[in-house]
Write a protein that binds this ligand. Structure first.
Ligand SMILES: [Zn+2]
Length: 418
């Protein structure tokens, strides 16, 4: 029970304050849990750790010693003196390793090396067609990581986090979509990457990764229930419920793009159904319908130019797309009751009128309680949420108390990397 609750340190602290732990129980606070206390800022000196965990001084020293030896923690003595000897402050060492991340999109991909705090140390953007398949794309990603690592020793690599534009069976890192990334169907990505980087490899859907990045980077501590909607070449969403990403039984949660709209006109969707919101209101659908109406549009920038020029027909189509998306989102809001809906993706970023149409429909069609304090906001991080979300996903795993304790027990840096 203690091990189960011990990752929620606010809860743990609360329990400790109400019911001090006996020495015997306190001995369960492991080195990995001590690292978590230091990382979260809950305990920054040896005395703090002793107080919060109830561990004896030798036990605290032993655990801190292991963390210092692994380079996960550093000591600082620059704390302001209060007269006596200044206490030695313990700091999580973000420079003690790196994670490799890649945020793959249908049109935009970014590859980066991040420190253990999730900050990008080096990165590169690409326009690669992911439909070329894993045989082409994965070696390119791995070569780029090698280049971005430069002179850093490969032993510094603690883990890999990737977002891919497909449904992913998260536990296995296996892509599922049959029609979207056909050449990736059933590919189990981690073992391929681990041939070159023998560390934990986590793979998730691209929109889940954006949701994680936006939640942790902007709304952590303010909103634990968030719906991130990406409106771009395609439409998809990532759901954060109770502070955690909701993946569903097999990783298919959040597929709002394939919810049908009313009176869509019988448009056949690439999923095989008709009138999915993706097939009538995505960037791809908007371009198709504008071309049908005789407009010369190659990409979303051309549509933006028409809107800026005040083209009435284009403006009406953009607003209509917003209404379609709003119709589906109102249903999602009724089911999930998020505190905030974040609208991201290049189509949402380009058109204020699309966003206002979505807002109007969601507030009109959502239930009174679900929309009472609902915020509908544009993405604050934009595409950067992809990289930070990948980093958060892999760091949460490799720096978890269990992963740290497991690798200490093994006494080796590989394969978990810590
Ligand atoms: Zn569909």
């Amino acid at each position: 029970m203690l091990r189960y609750i011990s990752h929620d340190f606010s809860l743990l602290r609360c329990l400790w304050f109400t019911k001090p732990m006996s020495r015997r129980t306190a001995a369960l606070a492991t080195t990995g849990e001590v690292l978590h206390l230091i990382r979260s800022g809950e305990a920054v000196t040896r005395a703090d750790i002793g107080r919060v965990t109830g561990l004896s001084r030798p036990a605290v020293s032993l655990r801190v010693g292991e963390l210092l030896e692994r380079g996960l923690v550093v000591e600082r003595t620059d704390a302001p003196s209060t007269g006596g000897r200044p206490p030695v402050r313990l700091e999580f060492n973000a420079a003690g390793g790196v994670v490799l991340v890649a945020s793959l999109g249908a049109s935009r991909t970014r590859v980066a090396v991040c420190d253990l705090a999730g900050r990008e140390l080096a990165g590169r953007g690409f326009a690669i067609d992911v439909e070329q398949g894993p045989d082409v794309v994965l070696p390119l990603l791995m070569d780029t990581w090698e280049e971005l690592l430069g002179d850093r020793p490969r032993s510094m690599v603690r883990g890999v986090g990737m977002g891919v534009p497909a449904t992913v069976e998260f536990a296995k890192g296996r892509t599922e979509s049959v029609r979207v990334m056909a050449s990736w169907t059933g590919v189990v990505i981690p073992p391929i990457v681990q041939e070159r980087f023998p560390v934990p490899v986590l793979v998730d859907n691209d929109v889940n990764v954006l949701a994680i990045g936006e939640h942790r980077g902007v709304y952590a501590g303010m909103a634990d229930d968030l719906l991130f909607v990406k409106i771009s070449t395609r439409i998809g969403s990532g759901i954060v419920a109770g502070g955690r990403i909701l993946r569903g039984a097999l990783g298919a949660a959040g597929e709002i793009g394939h919810i049908p709209v009313k009176d869509g006109g019988g448009v056949l969707c690439r999923c095989g159904n008709v009138d999915c919101v993706d097939s009538v209101a995505s960037g791809t659908a908007l371009l198709r319908d504008l071309r049908k109406a005789g407009k010369d549009v190659k990409d979303i920038d051309d549509v933006t130019a028409l809107v800026r020029a005040g083209d009435a027909e284009t403006m009406a189509m953009v607003r209509e797309a917003g209404r379609r998306i709003g119709e589906v989102l109102a249903g999602a809001v009724n089911i999930l009751n998020p505190a905030v809906v974040v609208l991201g993706g290049d189509v949402a970023e380009a058109f204020a009128s699309l966003v206002s149409s979505i807002r109007e429909v969601v507030y009109r069609r959502g239930t009174a309680l679900a929309t009472r304090s609902l915020r509908i906001e544009p993405s604050r991080l934009g595409a950067a949420a992809g990289i930070s979300g990948c980093a958060v996903m892999v760091l949460d795993r490799v720096l978890s108390p269990e992963a740290v304790d497991e690798s200490l027990a093994r006494g080796t840096a590989a394969p978990s990397g810590i």
